[in-house]
Ligand binder design. Sequence first.
Ligand code: ADP
Length: 451
Amino acid sequence: MFSKILIANRGEIAVRVIRACKEMNIRTVAVYSEADRTSLHVRLADEAICIGGPKAEQSYLNIPAIISAAEIADVDGIHPGYGFLSQNAHFAEICESCNITFIGPSAQSIRLMGDKIAAKDLMRKSGIPIIPGSMSAIRDKDDALKTARRIQYPVIIKAAAGGGGRGMRVCHNDVRLISALMTCQTEAEASFGNADVFVEKYIQEPRHIEFQILADKNGHTIHLGERDCTVQRRHQKLIEESPSPAVDAKLRRKMGELAVRGAKAANYASVGTVEFLLDKDGSFYFIEMNTRIQVEHPVTEMVTGLDLIKEQIRVAAGESLGIKQDEVTIRGWAIETRINAEDPTNGFSPCPGRILQYHEPGGRGVRMDTHVYAGYEVPPFYDSLLAKLITTGETRLDAIHVMQRALEEFQIEPLRTTIALHRQIFSDPTFIRGQISTDYIDRQLQLGESE
Ligand code: ADP
């Protein structure tokens, strides 16, 4: 087992990892940017090292600075959290070459799944349904038009190296396809350093269903059921729950088996997520695999009783899974809302600033994962996630009732946050009935402006 772990991240996930390490008796090293001196992860870790300026490139993406900190602090593992370097195969390789365990999958698995075209190809060969579309990067306009004619409009252009819901365009005709192609390629190059894009059929009004994978380095791979992440704005998740109101035991078994098969095909060993779109007619298709711990992991923890960060650390240390597939039980219901420092009434623009008044909800069925506190200054340089509010209950409706009253209690003043939006969603009969698809926020609540 590790004796000391450096957490190459910030915010709530750094706090989450530090807490798991403490409970495992592993020492922790926080790294932080000049803008994060007062952040909670810095206070909670056993040691803290400043690694650079406020911009992510100067600090949380600064590989030499992070590796130097790891060597100075003499750690034997690095946990990358999510975002930043968590899906950077090069970083994973550098860690290994410095004899520091990267707490995540192998660089090979990251690289393979990081290319959505290659990932789709591997899944297709493994017998997992994929969305019809181009099977290699789009070469030119004619290639795009030919693909669109074959699969028929609407189609979606996606970046092969894309993530975070960025770099996607839905197209309903040739003119739009041609104009969006150039934009997507340019955006993909600028955001992900890879201009490759592909075209696939746009599934209308689907649900986003993803399976949590847990795999060790000794060939054992299991799934921990699904999460439903259908409530999205512009392809970014706002609310996640487990189980899904749209998945019954039979479908869970089928999708879960295929998710495990996909992870095995990628030689996957860590926590990871296989994502699918579930169509209205009940068919489902692989969209991508995320090779990291995800923001929404707590809902799976709450219904399975497992600690996913501890499991991730154990398998990274070479331990075998302590649980078999038939021992996994899903109990009750868990829902997570992402509380962001954003103004939903103004295009979700980020609203950083100092928190003067802070009251977080508590009581039965409430879990808070956050790095903020009264007096904390939310810096403008990073993701605007302030907190994850997770509620549980015996049934979905129970978990919703706890969420309604927890959202009522929650106060973060004077910042503009997504709390009010969540209150609105949790009092909407359509959401409460669970009859939604991925366009729920953008179309039904009419909050997301069109692209
Ligand atoms: P990212 O890696 O940026 O998160 P994903 O491929 O995981 O991108 O897709 C994110 C979301 O975008 C999905 O949950 C879904 O809402 C939408 N999406 C992606 N591909 C399609 C598609 N072919 N049809 C309809 N919606 C899609």
